[in-house]
Design a protein around this ligand. Structure first.
Ligand code: BGC
Length: 758
């Protein structure tokens, strides 16, 4: 049977990329030793990266320049998957992409690895990579230190394995909660996501590898991702999705930005002059290089002149055709030099020339530590009626642990962000499972064992949850029932709706009916609906919690860790409350629409383009619910703790960059960390009748302790994008500030005004 017959239809469009990038096996034993230290005037470290890049370029031939601007072609990736004599030998380390360097000039290889939530697979130089909690989990910490630790760990593990570039850094905003890739991203707010990814990428690059932000831009759903034409107005884009990239770039000096598959206002993102030249390079001052998403290059001169610098993973456009375009003058030599300059200056800036690889074995213990910290800070306690949690280990004699393979592992998100499961998939794939984007991978971190370790004297029994009656029966005879439920999401498809799949809502309802002490633990990519919410006593959102997920879940359930995570995205009550109640679907193919997925492949896909209008405009995420007067299930910024925090004493020092200060007190008896959030509503003239997050601080507080938080507000975050003036503007008038523990719980408020120009 042919491989594509084994796949679900919805996976077909994604087949080949997954085939190549996720299951490419390294060819062991082809690699030369460490290259000799490069020589040349550009090795003078006192010169700037730009000067050094120019010195190299002055020595390069046309062919050498072109060779840096594309991958080795699809055959090169195939060489890893199934090496054979007819396929080219390659020095690629076997992850998503490879661009050979130029040894005579000391130009290093670009060894690119997918690394959104950890390095996806070890290179030939190492087998283990740390599966970190999802990007959404990281974002729920609202902690720039956690983001730094996340980035530093990924950078370290990339470097340990000989990779020189990350393809992580996903920050498309959660506009479409059904998007299969939301778990890779950092929620719905541009300032929160931008600051976090900025901290992450800065720390990653400090490890001496190139960072990347993706997918630029507006690539917010998987359905029809290659052919959807997003229609959005400039102001809405600049104040939402594009602002995320702007902040991420400014905070990190990231070396690469990956342009996305979709079209934006009529042009593919990878040949979109507005996105690449006008906004990214001119307005954001981005000095690095733009790399296409895999197979997202559609033209030669148009793409090059619009700002695309590197085609990946193939060479169909930026190989021989680009050379011809330069020779004919369709792409001037100055632009070619700019493309090469951007790559070389980035390589100098992160140290790839000066500090050649220092490969070593990945240290799993160091990875566990970071994974645990992120998971603990990233989990969000959504409900805790009657102080059901934390569980008191001394008083409990029996616990029912139900569902979601909680006996063996925790779920992870799929697609090109899928980190290999250390020790293998904890839940063997069912016979006939297709793998690739649809494969569910469970990391070996067993909640059952972690819970047992907390209550060694209690009877802790597991029920798979597949037979609802037997699960309810076990719950009935136990002191407490902990139901684990999940929603698998992956690149390559979106979820059809926000309901928990596989009858898990019914499982929860039945268990809750059998035991009044029912606790739900969610392992989801993003928001889900909860028809049973009033009938359970506690809900913990664990996201995809990574290789130490079970330990983090147990330490929160039993109170060793006081939960402090806050939602980086809104949980709606139902899909009817979304800006787009129905997921936009690519229309069926017309005659002639089915075309090869990539040149030379037998796999065909529907190439029919379709429009998706972002008519919600500026109202992304919580801004939509606020402006439309809709009540979410759980609002942005929400998260409970085992203690209670009070707010008082708001003071505002007005000005172009106002300062707000206030006191936060731990009014309970347990130490904890509160994420104090500052929201601002702009003057009426701004035309934004909803608040926006502009600042926050994570405050650690001992019982009864009080701290004064002082935050200087960045005028950029208080401004609107004025399309007529093509720039940011601080609107004159009255500003309202609200401070509190969530977007819908802001006990402090005040105002200040910005005078108009005389
Ligand atoms: C994904 C990218 C990924 C690339 C390489 C594409 O399918 O959209 O996020 O980096 O493949 O694996």
């Amino acid at each position: 049977m042919k491989i594509h017959h084994l796949l679900k239809p919805r996976l077909k469009t994604a087949l080949l990329i997954g085939f190549l990038t996720m299951y490419s096996l390294p060819v062991v034993g082809q690699f030369p030793g460490a290259p000799a230290a490069p020589k040349g005037p550009w090795m003078d470290k006192s010169l700037s990266p730009d000067k050094r890049a120019d010195l190299v370029i002055s020595q390069m031939t046309l062919e050498e320049k072109i060779s840096l601007l594309h991958g080795g072609g699809w055959a090169e990736l195939f060489a890893h998957f199934a090496p054979s004599a007819s396929r080219p030998a390659t020095k690629s380390l076997g992850n998503a992409g490879y661009i050979s360097g130029i040894p005579r000039l000391g130009i290093p290889d670009l060894q690119m690895a997918d690394a959104a939530v950890g390095v996806t697979h070890g290179s030939v130089f190492g087998r283990y990579c740390t599966a970190l909690p999802s990007g959404t989990s990281e974002a729920s910490s609202w902690d720039l230190e956690v983001a730094r630790a996340y980035g530093a760990l990924i950078g370290r593990e990339l470097r340990d394995q000989g990779y020189t570039m990350s393809l992580g850094g996903g920050i498309d905003l959660t506009r479409e909660p059904r998007n299969g890739r939301n778990f890779e991203y950092k929620g719905e707010d541009p300032i929160l996501a931008g600051k976090l990814v900025g901290a992450e990428m800065k720390a990653l690059q400090e490890q001496g590898v190139i960072g990347d932000l993706k997918h630029y831009a507006m690539n917010d759903q998987e359905n029809g991702r290659n052919y959807v034409n997003i229609k959005a107005d400039k102001r809405a884009m600049r104040e939402s999705d594009l602002l995320t990239f702007e902040i991420g770039i400014k905070e990190s000096g990231v070396g690469a930005v990956m342009c996305s598959y979709n079209l934006l206002n009529g042009d593919y993102a990878c040949e979109n002059n507005y996105l690449l030249n006008e906004v990214l390079k001119k307005d954001f001052g981005f000095q690095g290089f733009v790399v296409s998403d895999w197979g997202a290059t559609h033209s030669v001169a148009k793409a090059a002149m619009a700002g695309l610098d590197v085609e990946m993973p193939g060479n169909d456009h930026f190989g021989e055709p680009l050379k011809k375009a330069v020779e004919s003058g369709a792409v001037p030599m100055s632009r070619l030099d700019d493309m090469v300059h951007r790559i070389l200056r980035t390589e100098f800036a992160v140290g790839l020339f000066d500090n050649p690889s220092d490969r070593q074995e990945v240290d799993p213990e160091a990875g566990y530590e970071v994974a645990l910290r992120v998971a603990e800070e990233g989990m969000v306690l959504l409900k805790n009626a009657d102080r059901q949690l934390p569980l008191q280990s001394s008083g409990i004699t029996s616990i029912a642990v139900i569902g979601s393979h909680a006996d063996v592992g925790v779920l992870s998100g799929g697609g090109s962000a899928q980190v290999d499961a250390a020790g293998g998939n904890a839940v063997p794939a069912p016979p006939g499972a297709s793998g690739f984007f649809g494969m569910q991978v469970w990391h070996r971190s067993s909640p059952l064992q972690a819970i047992r370790a907390k209550v060694p004297n209690a009877k802790v029994e597991f029920n798979a949850g597949t037979d609802i009656a037997s699960a309810a029966a076990l719950a009935k005879t136990s002191d407490v029932a902990i139901v684990f439920v999940n929603q698998h999401t992956s690149e390559g498809s979106d979820v059809p709706n926000l309901s928990l799949p596989q009858n898990q809502d019914a499982l929860i309802s039945s268990v809750a009916a059998a035991n009044p002490h029912t606790i739900v633990v969610l392992e989801t990519g993003g928001a889900v609906t909860m028809p049973w919410i009033d009938h359970v006593s506690a809900v913990l959102e664990a996201w995809y919690p990574g290789i130490r997920g079970a330990q983090a879940i147990a330490s929160i359930l039993f109170g060793d860790m006081n939960p402090s995570g806050k939602l980086p995205l809104t949980f709606p009550k139902s899909e009817a409350d979304l800006p787009h109640p129905k997921l936009a679907q690519q229309p069926p193919p017309r005659p002639g629409d089915m075309k090869p997925l990539f040149p030379g492949t037998p796999f065909k896909q529907n190439t029919r383009q379709f429009d998706l209008e972002y008519d919600e405009g500026l109202k992304v995420g919580y801004k939509w619910y606020d402006a439309e007067g809709r009540q979410p299930l759980f609002p942005f910024g929400f998260g409970l703790s085992y203690t209670k925090y009070t707010y008082s004493g708001l003071k505002i020092a007005p000005g172009q960059a106002p300062t707000v200060s206030f006191d936060v007190k731990n009014a309970g008896t347990r130490a904890g960390a509160e994420v104090a959030q500052v929201y601002v509503t702009l003057p009426e003239g701004a035309g934004e009748p909803f608040k926006r997050l502009v600042a926050w601080e994570r405050v650690h507080l001992a019982p009864a302790e009080s701290k004064t938080v002082t935050l200087k507000l960045d005028p950029h975050y208080l401004s609107i994008f004025n399309v007529d003036k093509d720039g940011w503007e601080l609107v004159a008038g009255g500003y309202k500030v609200q401070v509190g523990g969530s977007s819908r719980d802001t006990p402090l408020s005040g105002t200040w005004s910005v005078p108009g120009r005389q």
